[in-house]
Write a protein that binds this ligand. Sequence first.
Ligand code: ATP
Length: 199
Amino acid sequence: NKLIIGITGGIGSGKTAATDQFAALGIEVIDADRLSREVVKPGSPALQAIAGHFGAGKILTEDGQLNRRALRQIIFTDHDAKKWLEQLLHPLIRQEIVLGLQNSQSPYTILASPLLLETDQQTLCSRILLIDAPEELQIRRTADRDQSDEASVRAIMQTQMPRHQRRSHADDIIVNDGTLEQLHQAVKDLHQTYLELAQ
Ligand code: ATP
């Protein structure tokens, strides 16, 4: 019964910026994105299964890494392939998350996951913190960060849960529409709240 705060939000909403601040305050962060890459590292059973299913020639790079771009292209159009992949990876990622949460030593623990609300990962959390930003800011900040164009950011946003739906799942919301300093202050305030809840 440790306090676990799940952080989520759409592309470019500021999840990483917020999470880095919690980490700077001494809070351990489990990063689902990082774990999702670890479970398919070269030599892993999951990568072998994926190569067996889709063909090594199609989804492995020359040095035996998962070719994420190729895989993304396949599952973007092939719903069954997407389902197959999710059924393979989501339990493995969840298992790694659970281990990380169990080992955490800080007063509370952050679980940062872009798919927190789309998977059963939310059931691991005591509270959900949404990092929320107006869509125009999400687009501008992501395009700046990735040096990509607005249209491709919009295309990704189309595949994500709509903002109003995310908001309905959140216990706490940081509206990240100001400066980074304002974001940091909002994190500090919530940190105090979470420390009290963790008592
Ligand atoms: P993704 O889902 O794509 O990983 P994210 O939710 O982790 O995105 P960040 O990478 O934290 O989002 O933020 C997107 C970009 O916007 C980054 O370059 C970040 O530095 C910048 N940014 C975040 N919040 C602010 C802010 N309040 N003011 C200015 N820039 C910001």
